[in-house]
Design a protein around this ligand. Structure first.
Ligand code: GDP
Ligand code: MG
Length: 201
């Protein structure tokens, strides 16, 4: 049987999240839903670390390029190039500059459907379009239009793994095995156990 409790995902509070003094608010949102924090570190990543992070999946370059070109066209705008690889190259350069500009907090959150739950709480990539009630929808007002004009990366406060496979690769990239802690949270009995024995005295 699938061990739901064991699913893990990677979250990074990006430099703008820390500069906006939102670390506590962001952590609170993942914590209160019932996920368990099993790893945490504060670091200033270098550009190489960020390039590797975004290219762990070789398909990311093509997929993100195609997504970005479609985004321009959906808005009736002309993309700077029709080549997905070229678009992502520009994006990656901006991402490296943005993500290495200051301290970030990398975290591993564990629990049932950790990847999907964290994405839901985080919200869509572009803050202008992210749902109200999500981190990106509630705490930042950036847009692709505004970031493109300044030739910078969109500032959306957090990174969250997009799939279970992506999470596994990203966790290995940011954490050594012994930096993740195996422990039990008292609330797991309420979240996962079949019987709620032992509550009444
Ligand atoms: P995420 O998983 O929601 O963070 O989004 P992706 O993994 O698809 O993209 C990673 C990062 O690339 C985002 O946080 C953005 O900074 C940037 N990005 C992605 N798609 C676009 C786009 O269509 N336009 C622009 N300007 N940047 C994008
Ligand atoms: Mg992503």
């Amino acid at each position: 049987m699938k061990n739901f409790k064991k699913e893990k995902t990677l979250v990074i509070i990006k430099p703008d999240g820390l500069q906006r003094s939102l670390a506590g608010e962001i952590i609170k949102r993942y914590e209160r839903i019932g996920l368990k924090l099993v790893g945490l570190k504060m670091t200033v990543p270098n550009e190489e670390m960020i390039e590797k992070h975004y290219t762990l999946d070789p398909e990311w370059v093509r997929i993100t390029g195609e997504k970005t070109i479609k985004g321009y066209k959906d808005k009736g705008m002309k993309p700077p190039t029709e080549d997905p690889l070229k678009i992502t190259k520009i994006l990656l350069k901006r991402l490296k500059k943005y993500m290495s500009s200051g301290p970030v907090i990398a975290m591993v959150w564990q629990g049932a459907h950790a990847v999907a739950i964290v994405r839901k709480i985080t919200g869509g990539t572009e803050p202008l379009a992210s749902d109200v009630g999500t981190i990106r929808g509630d705490f930042v007002l950036d847009s692709y239009e505004m970031s493109d004009v300044s030739e910078r990366c969109i500032r959306n406060l957090v990174h969250a793994s997009g799939s279970v496979k992506e999470a596994e690769d990203e966790i290995k990239h940011w954490f050594k095995e012994d930096e993740l802690i195996n422990y039990r949270l008292v609330q797991e009995q309420i979240l996962y156990d079949v019987n709620l024995d032992g509550i009444l005295e």
